[in-house]
Design a protein around this ligand. Sequence first.
Ligand code: GAR
Length: 209
Amino acid sequence: MIKIAVLVSGSGSNLQALINAKLSGKIVGVISNKPEAYALERAKQANIQTMVIAHQQYPHREAFDDAMHQQLLDWDVDLVVLAGFMRILSAKFVQAWEGKMINIHPSLLPNYKGMHTHQRVLNTGDVYHGCTIHYVTAELDAGQALAQGVLQVAQHDHATSLAQRVHTLEHMIYPQVVEWICTGTIQHTALGVLYRDQIMQKPIQFCKL
Ligand code: GAR
């Protein structure tokens, strides 16, 4: 059975969706860089081990990443799932987990890497918005995309309503993609990413228009 660690910094609604999904893999631990993250409560209620690794207590990024790396090794983790984890990871850490670490980002990557994606979509006047699940590589929000959830921006949308709508999509597609990894439907191989044993040419799209 695949052992999963989930890295969080905040509310943990995606963690909750993963817990609720009853995956074939097992969430063996949750790491938060913030002691006050509500995600930790959610993990405790689901009897999942938690660990706070507060980044301020480390002299530099690599020392913080080393502490996380050690914890992941101690839990014997196969897959690292970033779910609202709001720290940039060092290249060394990313390389150690390359092909075994995924992230969800609230935009249709490669558009709107970084922060404040909903407001930026509104400012540009885009028709479509959504979220992307991708492998994590050293470049921010740039690893191969596995799946995207797409929605149509409504005239009455504002940043908060868009954030809620994107969250709903995230809760639908993140458990599905994690389950596909757990069952080998998605595989990271030397040839590339395979989906149902074929090279994945583009991310799988889920539309909620
Ligand atoms: C999610 O919308 C996720 O896409 C975003 O943080 C939110 C976490 O919500 N992640 C990023 O912006 C990463 N760059 P949650 O804590 O309720 O799961």
